[in-house]
Design a protein around this ligand. Structure first.
Ligand code: BEZ
Length: 211
């Protein structure tokens, strides 16, 4: 199955290192990041899970729950978590799905057979309060993800869901943003009282409105 932007994130039940969950119920009305790992006891994945665990407080500040997945069973995840703590100093502090029957991997299209028949790729799904998919990322097994980049994107997703703005290349929290073209100049004057600069008629920038 292909899960695309704007789709309702498929609901599922699964065993995790923190007990059985029903995804939509577990996520509640907040945001979630669902991310897959190729296999347990692999080097890149070990570093990724340590990095993700370290940044959990930052995800929590943004009302984002994290949940990992690999096709190994939960008891294997629990053993691996000791290695992750040894190597990275971080206890994995979010649930890890034991997707040994590949139910969730298949539901989300996390197995790309031309990359590997047996392992998931490094997929990321950011799901919003309305259970809709706001972001997808796919990395190969050989390339670890940047979890700070994920936070940066979530800042953009959360900002642009509340204001008629978009964020430019390399934007980070606090930088100026772009007023969307659905907003007329007249409307922009009232909606963005800090003012705006028209670099082109279609490219108007304004200070980040929620600061
Ligand atoms: C890793 O996490 O290092 C890894 C996992 C599967 C294939 C290649 C690398």
């Amino acid at each position: 199955m292909t899960v695309r932007l704007g789709d309702i994130a498929p609901d599922f039940t699964a065993d995790t290192t923190q007990g059985p969950i029903s995804f939509h119920e577990w996520k509640g009305t907040g945001w979630a990041v669902l991310f897959s790992h190729p296999r347990d006891f692999t080097p890149v994945c070990t570093t990724e899970l340590g990095a993700a665990a370290k940044l959990k407080p930052e995800f929590e500040k943004r009302n984002v729950k994290m949940i990992g997945l690999s096709v190994d069973p939960v008891d294997s995840h629990r053993k691996w978590e000791q290695d992750i703590a040894d190597v990275t100093g971080q206890q994995v502090n979010f649930p890890m799905i034991g997707d040994h029957d590949r139910k969730v991997s298949d539901l989300y299209g996390m197995i790309h057979p031309n990359a590997s028949d047996t392992m998931t790729v490094r997929s990321v799904f950011v799901v919003g309060p309305d259970h809709k998919v706001k972001l997808t990322l796919t990395y190969p097994a050989s390339t670890g993800r940047n979890f700070a980049e994920l936070l940066r994107v979530i800042d953009s997703l959360q900002l642009t869901s509340g204001y008629a703005v978009a964020t430019p290349a390399d934007w980070k929290h606090g930088d100026d943003v772009i007023i969307t073209n659905a907003v007329t100049d007249e409307e922009a004057k009232t909606r963005f009282p800090k003012g705006f600069q028209a670099k082109k008629p279609y490219l108007r920038v304004t200070p980040q409105p929620n600061l």
